[in-house]
Design a protein around this ligand. Sequence first.
Ligand code: BTN
Length: 321
Amino acid sequence: MKSEQKILEMLKEKPEEFVSGEDVSKALNISRTMVWKHINALRDCGYTIESVKGKGYMLKGIPDLLLPAEIEKGLKTEFVGRQIHHFDELDSTNLRARKIAADSPNGTVVIAEEQFEGKGRTGGAWASPPGGIYLSIILKPEIPPDQLHRLTLVTGVAAVEVLKELGINARIKWPNDILINEKKVCGILTEIDAEADAMNYVIIGIGVNANTRLDALPPITMLQATSLKEETGQVVDRIAITQRFLERFEQYYVAFLTDGFPSVLKQWREHSSTIGRRVKIVTRFRTILGEAVGVDHDGALIVELDDGTVEKEITGTCFHL
Ligand code: BTN
């Protein structure tokens, strides 16, 4: 644990009380000057810490930020989120994750409070004002690149289950949009760096409209989007949601790698709002209309067209009609 985190722990252990600089310096075996420096570094991160000569330091406020120290505390994962990079603002967490992927351990997470070039699926933008959760996970799985779409479904299952734990009736629109009452609350963008048949790394980017103000979204997005705050009528705990998501994600990711895709696919089917619906599927090559009748062993959507023929799509944009 870093010295700053240890100091934070000491302050949190004694809410409403002063902790003396001497106690901190003894506990961490560092000088009083170093204690002072670490306290200032914590202040720079947004923690409000009162200091009174002769008494010491008291924690007065924790910032509403997705700070690594807060997320790591009590995070029940083996490798996902064991290293977290946090930024107040970034172009895109996926872009930053790509830059550091080669030198980062499996499971490293990049988080931003805001993105000014958030990327969505099919080359679109993902509006990323303050209050949302924007994170990317760097993974180094030993799976062939053609299994990427499966990983996308795995992420969707993890995300929807976290929202269900909060008592929210969220569903998955194929392949992995998370909807509440048909409005999008969370999107997933999976990107890859691969050779012909080997994966170098995968970046899983997830954006959640958590405490996002809907009027901060572009008008066209606003009409089709919702936020957790809007749906629950209260400010949600972004740190807890991030922790639960990282835990669930790791659980399903490991199940996918060890037990195979069927175990996760079963959960995906249970959470799907697409199966049984009339849909329009737009891919790079064609548009089809029909009824979504199921998802095959590979995660491909099975669509029965109006003329009775059956088609499958492995990826594309789905519209519920
Ligand atoms: C979608 O279009 O549904 C996918 C949206 C994915 C947005 C997330 S936010 C964190 C990560 N960084 C990005 O630039 N995009 C993804």
